[in-house]
Design a protein around this ligand. Structure first.
Ligand SMILES: C[S@@+](CC[C@H](N)C(=O)[O-])C[C@H]1O[C@@H](n2cnc3c(N)ncnc32)[C@H](O)[C@@H]1O
Length: 298
């Protein structure tokens, strides 16, 4: 059985979960604070209503899964900069903005994986080949590149990839070897497997539902086993890590861990799994954001 961990990204300075409760969370992204829905916050808010009322923006959901709109109560720049201090001395610098899907261009809780990756890559002392699938705004790719990896970043959205490339420049990593690919994750890995391309580290953060650029359907429960199988065929003889994060509500860490355990059965290493959590400032409560499984050669 893998170990079970509550993994906390506790080195942020530009991000804070200020308070949570009553189905909402209040967060600070750099210079602005926002209230967003958080269905799992089934307790009461600890901070007074006046603090919540002072937020720069509130996301008002509609009935659909992630649909809705931002109601801005104060002036908010179209985009602004945030920083993350990587353990590799270099700072990640990136732009964030309010997007229609309620997100802002960073999932702060996954920073715990950036630290882990940066550390594994630096300790490896080689120049590992790292694959980042569903890469979004590129922060995991940049963390791996800053630590010395050669990175292939794959995302279905042209817009996300352009955003990621801007973040690369902003972080001063313009000279690092990152291949930016707009493609369906599964199709891309299938093609890499056929070409015999090998990776030493893989990180993936798939959504529950998604679409490739040609309308290819991604549905995590149906598509993940197939994708893991294809990734297995692309692993080098001595892989460093495989990190799978799943945000789908019904997913259990045990199930993700068992899938990764099966995928990595021929390699010697350790498997760790659990929940990505954020600690709230107001009352120190933990908010679980996603489940993960992380295989490592160490
Ligand atoms: C926002 S990130 C992951 C975040 C988080 N795990 C969640 O559930 O919202 C999801 C990324 O996957 C990309 N994506 C969705 N379907 C895809 C597919 N079939 N192939 C490649 N990328 C895809 C999206 O463009 C997006 O940038």
């Amino acid at each position: 059985m893998p170990t079970f961990t509550f993994l906390e990204a506790n080195r942020w300075q530009d991000y804070e979960l200020l308070d949570s409760g009553d189905g909402l969370k209040l967060e600070r992204f750099g210079k602005y604070t926002f209230a967003r829905p958080e269905s799992q916050a089934m307790w009461s808010r600890a901070l007074p209503q006046s603090v919540w009322d002072n937020a720069h923006g509130v996301f008002i959901p509609t009935g659909e899964e992630s649909g809705g709109h931002w109601q801005l109560k104060k002036r908010v720049d179209e985009q602004w900069e945030m920083n993350y201090p990587l353990p590799t001395q270099s700072n990640l610098r990136f732009n964030v903005m309010t997007t229609p899907g309620r997100h802002l261009g960073v999932f702060p809780e996954v920073a715990a994986h950036w630290d882990f990756m940066a550390d594994s890559i630096q300790k490896a002392g080689t120049k590992p080949n790292v694959l980042n699938l569903f890469g979004y705004t590129g922060l995991a790719s940049l963390a791996a590149a800053a630590a010395g990896a050669s990175v292939t970043h794959v995302d279905a959205s042209k817009k996300s990839v352009s955003w990621a490339r801007e973040n690369q420049e902003l972080s001063g990593l313009g000279d690092r070897p990152i291949r930016w690919i707009v493609e369906d994750a599964l199709k891309y890995v299938q093609r890499e497997a056929k070409r015999g391309v090998k990776y030493d580290g893989v990180i993936l953060d798939p959504p529950k539902f998604g679409r490739g650029p040609k309308g290819e359907v991604w549905e995590v429960y149906k598509s993940l086993p197939n994708l893991l199988d294809e990734i297995r065929q692309c692993l080098s003889d001595h892989p460093l890590f495989v990190i799978v994060t799943v945000y789908a509500v019904r997913a259990s860490a045990i199930h993700v861990a068992q899938a990764v355990d099966e995928m990595m059965r021929k390699y010697k290493g350790t498997l760790d799994s659990g929940e990505l959590v954020t600690r709230e400032k107001s009352k120190n409560r933990l908010l679980s954001q996603a489940v993960y499984a992380r295989w490592s050669s160490k």
